[in-house]
Ligand binder design. Structure first.
Ligand code: ZN
Length: 285
């Protein structure tokens, strides 16, 4: 168990009204997280959630087996307790801790509500989505990532390094760096499967993220689109090492010959490939 100092006033506990429209609540979460990082004097990654939890009246952080649950936020006589699932990997526990901290923004002042959370559930309600968003902002602050992108161009190598700097998972790091990039770049995640029960099992688009220039162009990349058999994506999937080369891309409205970096990631029970598709590069940076 980690016991935290108690010199904080819990000043931003319960300051977001649950009835607030989603977009407004999201902006409030972003501002509050930024304020917490400043008050805690956290200026360099990794942005450790335990470093700001005490500011929100969290007195104890405890590891316990929780089954399917990722984390809980519990009220108590001497303050709040965050319980994290000890069976989850450290990086996921880090995110869960940040998620529970963001719940304190919505907590009623009497602290008489407890939360039990499964992080990243697709059917999550608004507050759960806002807590995932806020947790991402704690661990990968937009302001800091934007500063990094002024000095480095996004690449698979940068994503790999940044994962270590921020103590975060590959996918959220890759998404954040892609979405905040001012270059025309698309991030595609490929996984083996069919098309919702139809079509042959192939390596297919699972999800994608776009940088601002491509969002403004309304680039469309369809889910489940297959990777060409001889593509670098398929080679990266089968060989396991990163591949960077010019490739013919035919994905929805993204069409042409572009420089593509692809890298395979393995996890217990599966694997996936992340590809960065650069519209204005011909070589690796
Ligand atoms: Zn939650």
């Amino acid at each position: 168990m980690t016991s935290l100092k108690s010199d904080a006033d819990g000043g931003t506990v319960g300051v977001i009204e649950r009835s607030l429209p989603y977009a407004q609540a999201k902006e409030q979460v972003r501002i509050l997280v930024e304020g917490l990082l400043q008050r805690a004097c956290l200026k360099q990654p990794p942005f450790v959630p335990e470093g700001i939890a005490y500011l929100q009246g969290v007195r104890h952080i405890v590891l316990e087996p929780l089954g399917r649950i990722d984390g809980c936020l519990l009220p108590g006589n001497d303050g709040l307790t965050i319980i994290l699932n000890k069976e989850r990997p450290p990086v996921r526990r880090n995110f869960s801790c940040a998620h529970e901290i963001v719940h304190t923004f919505f907590l009623d002042k009497s602290h008489n509500v407890a939360f039990r959370c499964e992080v990243g559930q697709p059917d999550s309600d608004c507050e759960e989505r806002l807590c995932d968003y806020g947790a991402n902002e704690i661990i990968l602050p937009t302001r800091y990532v934007t500063e990094v992108l002024k000095r480095h161009r996004v690449s698979m190598s940068l994503v790999t390094k940044a994962r270590g700097w921020f103590n975060a998972s590959y996918q959220p790091v890759a998404i954040k760096f892609t979405e905040l990039s001012e270059e025309p770049v698309a991030l595609v995640c490929w996984e083996w499967g069919d098309r919702n029960g139809a079509g042959l099992p192939k390596l297919r688009v699972s999800w994608r993220a776009l940088s601002r220039p491509l969002r403004e162009q309304h680039i469309f990349i369809p889910r489940h689109a297959p990777a060409p058999p001889n593509s670098g994506v398929c080679q990266a999937y089968s060989l396991g090492h990163a591949i960077g080369r010019m490739e013919e891309i035919q994905l929805g409205s993204l069409r042409g010959t572009f420089f593509v970096e692809s890298k395979r990631f393995d996890y217990p029970g599966g694997r996936y490939v992340l590809s960065l598709i650069f519209l204005d590069r011909t070589v690796a940076c």
